[in-house]
Ligand binder design. Structure first.
Ligand SMILES: *Cc1c(COP(=O)(O)O)cnc(C)c1O
Length: 370
């Protein structure tokens, strides 16, 4: 039996959803149900609209977590003899490299520090150094540190050099402005359970129609073949293979709430307020952020761990969890850190409550931050 309120998840997904979004899952749907398939279609149309995909782009939903959709996009959209440049400033970039290796697609890494956004100049130099590069795979918001890469500048370089561009916009989609019009972007990948505040279980790829149309028969995977998924859906209105029905229903509700809130601008503004409240409060407790302010996205914040020799993330996590807040471990290779998310159905007041709980936990565990 669960007593009291559920804990607040200060994590980058799964995250805290609204009660209405959770209630939308209290109904079973059949995969042949025309009403269910209309929900899928309306979702896809709304997702294309959020990034101004207009008529040139189509949304292909896919069962699974976000990584499934990233792997599907790379395996379906990049030709076998392609070569992909991956600017690498964190764990999700590294995951793209591993996917490409599994797919046996040639790949070139542009190595960056985990606190260093890619620049147009560095990207351009890498493209000039390796003329065999056909595509760039770019993580927009590197969730492992919370780092924002400058998507518009990256897209402009790719367009100028006529390279395909596949963007992992997993933790930015819906919160940060993305405009596909005239961007030259081939495909954007995201998922239900991040800034759209749905529950996890469905990824999606918003792909330029002409790029998708040219990808028939290319995917080495059956389940992750985006072309087949889109073709089957176009023909039958149904998902190919069992759809995540409850996840789809919850995302429909979450997107209605997204629109009611005021769309991407309002969502991004709320997260920015959450992030400012978080950083101000944590700095007042003595914590330092890992990233410079200009590289920090308002989605998840990495803090340096306290220098106190008594520091142990698991103990700290458990004590803050007992106070009702779920933190996230660090994901950096070099320095000891932990992360606090500022996305989900929460506001700045909730962030201040979380900081108060963190402050009490420091006292309780007798931890000095500096
Ligand atoms: C969450 C996330 C993913 C997908 O991770 P899953 O664990 O498969 O959901 C991919 N890229 C980024 C940048 C992410 O934040």
């Amino acid at each position: 039996m669960i007593l009291g309120n559920d804990p607040i998840l200060l994590t980058p997904g799964p995250l805290t959803t609204s009660p209405a979004t959770r209630e939308a899952m209290l109904r079973d749907w059949g995969s042949w149900d025309a009403a269910f398939n209309r929900i899928t279609q309306s979702l896809c149309a709304d997702l294309v609209d959020i990034v101004h995909g207009d008529h040139d782009y189509v949304c292909v939903p896919l069962q699974g977590s976000g990584t499934f959709a990233v792997e599907a996009a790379l395996g379906t959209l990049v030709p076998r003899d392609g070569c992909v440049l991956v600017p690498n400033n964190g764990a999700y970039c590294a995951r793209i490299v591993r996917i490409l290796q599994r797919l046996r697609i040639d790949c070139v890494e542009l190595a960056l520090r985990e606190d260093e956004p890619v620049t147009a100049t560095a990207l351009e130099q890498a493209l000039i150094r390796e003329p065999r590069i056909t595509h760039v795979a770019q993580v927009h918001l590197e969730t492992s540190a919370g780092l924002l890469n400058p998507l518009d500048e990256i897209a402009a370089v790719c367009k100028r050099h006529r390279k395909g561009l596949i963007v992992d916009a997993m933790s930015s989609f819906g919160a940060l402005p993305i405009d596909l019009r005239a961007s030259g972007i081939d495909a954007l990948v995201s998922a239900s359970g991040k800034c759209l505040e749905g529950v996890p279980g469905m990824g999606f790829v918003i792909v330029r129609r002409s790029v998708l149309d040219a990808s028939e028969g290319r995917s080495p995977s059956l389940a992750l073949d985006l072309y087949d998924q889109a073709a089957y859906m176009r023909k039958t209105t149904q998902w190919r293979f069992t759809p995540p029905t409850h996840v789809v229903a919850a995302l429909r509700c979450a997107l209605d709430r997204f629109a009611a809130e005021g769309g991407q601008r309002a969502r991004g503004a709320r997260y920015a307020r959450n992030c400012a409240a978080l950083i101000d409060g944590m700095q007042a407790l003595g914590f330092r952020t890992f990233l410079r302010a200009d590289a920090q996205a308002p989605v998840i914040v990495t803090f340096h761990a306290p220098r106190d020799p008594k520091w142990n993330f698991s103990d700290f996590y458990a004590a803050v969890r007992d106070a009702g807040y779920v933190l996230y471990p660090g994901k950096l290779t070099q320095v000891e850190t932990f992360r606090v998310g500022c996305i989900g159905a929460i506001d700045a007041n909730e962030m201040r409550n979380a900081i108060a709980a963190i402050g009490r936990t420091l006292e309780q565990l007798d931890l000095r931050v500096q």
